[in-house]
Design a binder for this molecule. Structure first.
Ligand code: 5RP
Length: 293
């Protein structure tokens, strides 16, 4: 039988302490539901507000990209150093140990290979399967200015609707076609469209001029895509610039797994993103630990 309280004085109700309303640490996320916020907190570290995401989904249109030929050998050992991993369900189920507790950001679009028109994508994962895999977010490309721009946006709004139904955030990736200009004006358009139409996270490329205006005009967190392999110092500098100008993290692939020292690179990127080491400090740190293998 439940306890019967006769004496209010015997209890402590903290009458002078207002109930905590728990503000949320990520921009644009304060009105989301608990499950969505909890998943976002698995991707973005609540203590720093940032994420280091490892992107290894390239095979879904490129096949076995350099560095991703054997993800079981080369990539699984990097996962402990990431906050989140972005990948396909095929690699998750075949290659990633289910004991890994890192946040999973699931690639949910696909269709064309590098031999065809890349914007010709469809949704490629059911929301039920995403739930089955216990993902923290679902993701796809949008191709602003691309041949199938409208379809890619429609794919995104459908994915956002499915995610909202179950409390799973959607990350929109602002893909650039082969011939498109990558400047702040273009990315302001693409990122803002993604957020306006419901994406809870946007992934976009760094541009040296006015990147901060892309961040300022996008009401949800932006993570920086890595792009093609650069010398490590340049990749660390680009990451630092992006964070310094307001990015909420990085989602890097080739600049990690195509490095000769991928574990050291993962650790150095973490130092930049979460501890704000400047590029030279992070590069010195990288050099000091690369011998560890
Ligand atoms: C583009 C993606 C990839 O996951 C990502 O951008 C590739 O990572 P990187 O450019 O750092 O190698 O979303 O399809």
């Amino acid at each position: 039988m439940a306890e019967y309280d006769k004496d209010k004085q015997a209890k402590e109700y903290y009458l002078d302490t207002p109930i905590n309303t728990y503000g949320f640490f990520l921009k644009g996320a304060h009105s989301l539901d608990w499950g969505m916020k909890n998943r976002l907190s698995r991707i973005f570290r609540p203590d720093t507000g940032k994420t280091v995401m490892l992107a290894i989904d390239h095979g879904y249109f490129q096949g076995p990209t350099t560095g991703l030929e054997r993800p079981d050998v080369n990539i699984v050992p990097l996962m402990p150093y990431a906050d989140a991993i972005m990948l396909t369900r095929g690699i998750l189920r075949t290659t990633v140990p289910p004991s890994l507790t890192k946040a999973v950001v699931m690639r949910c679009s696909g269709g064309p290979s590098i031999l065809k028109e890349l914007s010709d994508e469809e949704l490629a994962v059911d929301i039920e399967d995403a739930i089955r895999m216990n993902v923290a977010a679902i993701t796809l490309q949008i191709f602003i200015g691309g041949e199938y721009e409208t379809r890619s946006i429609h794919n995104m709004t459908r994915l956002v609707d499915m995610g909202l139904r179950y409390g799973i955030p959607t990350m929109a990736v602002t893909a650039v076609g082969k011939d498109m200009v990558r400047d702040a004006k273009y990315f302001r358009l693409a990122c803002r469209m993604a957020a306006e139409l419901g994406a809870q996270i946007v992934k976009t490329y760094y541009v040296p001029e006015d990147f901060d205006t892309i961040i300022a005009s996008c009401p949800v967190p932006i993570v920086m895509a890595g792009g093609k392999k650069l010398p490590e110092f340049e990749a660390l500098t680009m990451s630092w610039n992006a964070i310094n100008e307001g990015a909420s993290g990085v989602d890097m692939g080739r600049n990690i797994f195509q490095s000769d020292y991928p574990v050291a690179m993962m650790k150095a990127v973490n130092k930049v993103v979460h501890e704000h080491l400047d590029p030279q400090q992070a590069f010195d740190y990288f050099n000091s630990i690369k011998a560890e293998g």
